[in-house]
Design a protein around this ligand. Structure first.
Ligand code: FMN
Length: 223
């Protein structure tokens, strides 16, 4: 598979089949992902890969905490900035509107939105649920590295015929994630990553997300 094919065929999937992911495929994927670049080759990322009963236990614990009104957070970083440049805010609102339109959840339907939000914590049905963390002592530079690692994982998943969905939602329940996976206090829960087989044609996997044009975010300087 060409890199561009991996990039263009990667979309966030929000419905997965329960078909298990072979351990060999996961090992191959991780074995290559470790070659992701990091400044100073620091390799700051840490990854927790849950499957089978462990994946189900994590999901059940978060959903129970939500139902019980247990405070599982807050996230240890601003998942979104408090104030957005207007254009970025527009992109975020558009993808939310398009997703909920596909799901037939009308604006203001808090129960419908909560139902969809909760699906995050079942990794949208994916058999593999990953949690990405980074040591608390690490700075912005190592968060960049961790993002590169996350992107690399998602592209390598395509090479294995797998799809994925990155999930900052898990950061909001970091206390429960930490407890369930015995993640030490010195690590910050960055996000989850659902990995599995998915049909891109299925609703809402067929969500089409737009992108800004190259000239909207690039400044070419040659004089
Ligand atoms: C770091 C990160 C966190 C994300 N968190 C969530 C999430 O919690 N739930 C979700 O449904 N999608 C989440 N997404 C998916 C984005 O909404 C998605 O990447 C974006 O709309 C572009 O769509 P695409 O991935 O299909 O290209 C996240 C994406 C990234 C990169």
């Amino acid at each position: 598979m060409k890199v561009s094919d991996a990039i263009l065929s990667r979309h966030s999937m929000r419905v997965f089949h329960d078909r298990p992911v072979p351990m060999e495929a996961l090992h191959r994927l991780l074995d290559v992902a470790r070659y992701a670049a990091s400044n100073g080759n620091v390799q700051p990322w840490k990854l927790y890969v849950t499957m089978g009963e462990a994946r189900k236990r994590l999901s059940a614990a978060i959903l129970k905490a939500m139902d019980d009104g247990e405070e599982g957070g807050p996230a240890e970083y601003d998942v979104y900035p408090r104030v957005f440049p207007a254009i970025n805010d527009q992109w975020r609102k558009k993808v939310g509107k398009d997703l909920y339109t596909l799901l037939n959840v009308p604006k203001g339907d808090a129960a419908g939105m909560l139902k969809q939000f909760k699906k995050n914590f079942e990794f949208f049905g994916a058999p593999v649920g990953m949690i990405l963390t980074v040591d608390r002592c690490m700075g912005n530079g190592q968060w960049i590295d961790s993002g590169i690692f996350l992107g690399t994982l998602m592209l390598l998943a395509r090479e294995e015929g797998l799809h994925s969905c990155p999930q900052a939602a898990f950061a909001r329940f970091q206390k429960i994630v930490r407890r369930e996976l015995a993640i030490p206090d010195n690590e910050v829960v960055l996000c989850g990553l659902a990995v599995g087989y998915a049909d891109p044609a299925e609703v809402p996997n067929n969500l089409v997300t737009d992108r800004a044009k190259v000239e909207d975010f690039t400044t070419f300087i040659d004089t």
